[in-house]
Design a binder for this molecule. Sequence first.
Ligand code: SF4
Length: 680
Amino acid sequence: MKENKNLKKIRFGTCTKDCYGSCVFTGVWNDKVPKHKLINAHPLKTHPFTNGFFCPKLTQRQNLIYHQDRLKNPLIRNGPKLENNFKPISLNHVISIIAEKIVEIKEKGNLTSILGAFYSGNSGLISKYAPLRFFNKLGATITNGGICNEGGCAGLTRLFGTYSTTNPFQLKNPSTRLIVNWGSNLSESNNHAYYLVKQALKMGTKLVVVDSRRTRIANKAHCFLHIMPSTEHLLVKIVLNELITCNVHDEKFLKNHVDNYSSLFREVINIDKKKLLEQIGIDSQTFQNFVELLIKFKHHTLFNIGYGVQKDYYGGRIVKSIAFIQILLGNIGKPGSGLIYSQSDFLNPLLQPLRRYIAYFSGESKMKEIPIIKLGSSLSSGNYQVLFIYNFNPASSLPNQNLLRSALLKEDLFVVVIDMFLNETTKFADIVIPAKFDLESFDLISPYYMPGLSINIGGPCPYEDCVSNYEFFQQLAWKLGFENSVIFQESEKTIFKNCIKMLPLEIQNHLHQEGYYLLFNNDDVPFNTLEFPTPNNRIQIIGTQLKFGESELKRKINLKKNEFVLISPSHLHFLHSQLWQLNSKYVNEFSKIYLSSKDIKRLNLEIGHEVLVSNEYGSETYILAESPILKHKTTLIYHGLSSSLKGSPNVNFFIPDKPEELGFSGSYNSAIVKIKKIES
Ligand code: SF4
């Protein structure tokens, strides 16, 4: 932390939003003023990925921190659930109430009925893992797994032994001549990578976009494949067939580095290309253009894969199948080639010991675990009496909302939510604890699209009763009589400092001086030795690869007249974070369901009609709107508002809670819905 001559303090911070950018900045603070202590924030100009600019989603972070609706006091329910109806209570009093509940449960010997449900929040390691010291001490239950990219990670790991094989700096590598952007809406959700793609295009790099939506980046593409959702592996089949037929596969690479690759050849040798093109929904000329570009730029092609494609029951296998194109062409481990996916596995060897220390101090886990995606059905079992929710807004972001919400309403379930704002989940809370913003806490941030680490040096919080996740559980532990336990004596700042000390000296110095550390320089090419962390260091192809999900696909191909495949992406001005919605002028767009103009005509509907959207999981009224970016037979609802701003419907009422099969994350793009006009 530096101090300038006006006695203002400069602290490093990382953007609070759960976003690809993870922008690192210097915050200017005035600790002496009573309220608006963070004055402004400046993105680091030296950062090679974020390049000194924030996105418009969160340029005014100081307004969010001191927003008038931010929670400043603990709250206790003062009316029926389903409403944010609370009265204030002191922190000391509310902790006593919760502690009494826990003592009662302990006396009955049923501590596993205490459940901690959490996800990544802002990707802070301490905010996520330090509360586990409390749950582990009790021998309680916690959630595991995730709702994001875990399916794709599991799929790639089966091939490479890791899901992080290429870093995003390859986007600006001069050797990259072709970028294939597959299912990633860079122009709206990853503006720093989009900037790098635009720079590459200026240098003459070609761009292919494969997506079920005509996103803005598709308009810049030299070839756009507008495919039906969940048909990625069918496209891979015909691409592989074509590459093998043209004899352009990299035989030497395959022989030297890929186990059992000939099984892939066998799988794609006899295919009905015409039928597959029809199912995928593209014409043969577009397909041919794609293949020609792949052949022309062999060894200079980079794939960037989005997370939407793996939000399917078979999402892991879908991502794995996309990787086969790069493997077959030998586009791995060379400058300007490879597969960009989640970066966090590059950092895992460094972070594992830190996580263990943060979560357990020493020793091992004594906790029972349940999958986060099945939270609704787990709570329905009646096995849980106290539920703590932090870093997470499940009543907005989990699937099968009807099941989840009825479980959250169970009379014998006592719900404690730690958050900064009232939101959909707090409507089910008995008690709400006002959380500190991450910029008011000490933490290490591990981004998912940047192979690196950054820090938050916590500034002061103006509100006395606001606590970080760890501070809350530490105080609760003290109340339960664990004050002499060494694991609850460390302050959050001490945990932070100890974590930094556990890192190699070079990283420590970078974090202190720059606020971040990146594992790679611009020119570094990961896995250029082509030795992967698999048992024999070779890429593993085991068993059948491209034959899966046939009955689900058949169902999607044979939709009835008023049935549609539902996709639920993020809105341009909204990130799926538990943080409050800033752009309230877009709230109405969450009450709309979008169809192509062709489908609106086909159903004899008009824009603005009220329609009933339904499937076996739920039904809800929406306003019909047109979208020129959608494919025939596909419909779109933006995924849920995080705030309780308006009683807006939530697309997750239609989403099955069946997990993705490899990574047990969500299959958010697997739903089919019916659309019917509501007669006035
Ligand atoms: S929302 Fe994302 S891109 Fe925008 S400032 Fe935050 S991290 Fe950066």
